[in-house]
Design a protein around this ligand. Structure first.
Ligand SMILES: N=C(N)NCCCCNCCCN
Ligand SMILES: [Mn+2]
Ligand SMILES: [Mn+2]
Length: 289
């Protein structure tokens, strides 16, 4: 099928399903119009897809080949350059289109700025938002724009979605106070462990939207992202949390955002691609489908 706002891109190397029949539907959002430090998230979707070419589709520890699963790739959103709100509207409309033809599809966004997660959440209306991020993203406005990437969790909280955040190591006093007042719970990267994840996520209502801002990982493994921060989480810490999450909560949608860089096969893209395969593998192996 044709979507109004998407165009075709490089595809994963194994046979893909049609969006009407797929369980997992990949959508790229090549937007970096409000990036404040390191540009290049517009290349994120292409970089991630290209990095998957390096990976075995067989996920060793799950004994499962994701090339055999019904995965679709509906290409990239045609962005409105410089306008995060209008671009996120296209993300929302595209996911709404998808859900009309395939209500059970699990959309997977590849980004692209974190600002674009808002469009997916608006389309899917989850009860909870679980996010791995170095940043609180709770600013009311940043650089005169309430739809800046640094405000996305604030906009999502305003929709009445419950939130829990992990791997945090950057924010302002105002953001910390906003979280406190709004009952938004978060765990500092220094304090993060598996138990802290389960403690905060267990009470959250379903379905859950899961977002991974790639900058949650230590910048040694994700050097090219919009606003890198030292002192982040390791790969397996995030995978173990995701395994618990998909086993215990229904998932409305998933994204991997803020992947940037200009060289193919860069560490950030390879980390994102591996995460993508683990998410799909974990959903299939132990998810509440
Ligand atoms: N959510 C985010 N990614 N936030 C990052 C905000 C950028 C902080 N700049 C600080 C500049 C002070 N000199
Ligand atoms: Mn971040
Ligand atoms: Mn973020």
């Amino acid at each position: 099928m044709e979507f109004l706002y998407t165009y075709e891109t490089l595809k994963l190397e194994f046979p893909l399903a049609e969006p009407e029949e797929a369980r997992y539907v990949i959508l790229g959002v090549p937007f970096d119009g409000t990036t404040s430090y390191k540009a290049g998230a517009r290349f994120g979707p292409t970089l991630i897809r290209q990095a998957t070419l390096n990976l075995e589709s067989y996920v060793l520890d799950y004994d499962l080949d994701i090339a055999e699963l019904p995965i679709a790739d509906i290409g990239d959103i045609a962005v409105v350059a410089g306008d995060p709100r209008k671009t996120a509207d296209r993300v929302r409309e595209t996911i709404e289109e998808l859900k009309r033809v395939n209500p059970n599809a699990i959309p997977i966004l590849l980004g692209g700025e974190h600002s674009q997660t808002l469009g997916a959440v608006e389309a899917l209306r989850p009860k909870s938002y679980v996010v791995f991020d170095a940043h609180l993203d709770l600013r009311d406005s940043y650089e005169d724009n309430p739809y800046n990437h640094a405000c996305v969790a604030r906009r999502i909280a305003e929709l009445g979605v419950r939130e829990a955040m992990f791997g945090i190591r950057s924010g302002t006093r105002e953001e910390v106070e906003f979280a406190e007042k709004g009952g938004i719970r978060w765990v500092h990267a220094r304090d993060y462990d598996f138990d802290s994840f389960v403690e905060l996520v267990e009470p959250l209502p379903e379905p859950v939207y899961l977002s991974v801002d790639i900058d949650v990982f230590d910048l040694a493994i994700v050097p090219t992202t919009g606003t890198p921060e030292a002192g982040g989480l390791g790969f397996w810490e995030v995978i173990e949390a995701i395994e618990w999450l998909v086993e215990n909560k229904r998932i409305a949608g998933f994204d991997i955002m803020e992947v940037a860089g200009e060289t193919l096969g860069n560490p950030t893209a390879l980390t994102a691609a591996k995460l993508l395969f683990y998410f799909i593998g974990a959903m299939e192996k132990m998810g509440k489908l």
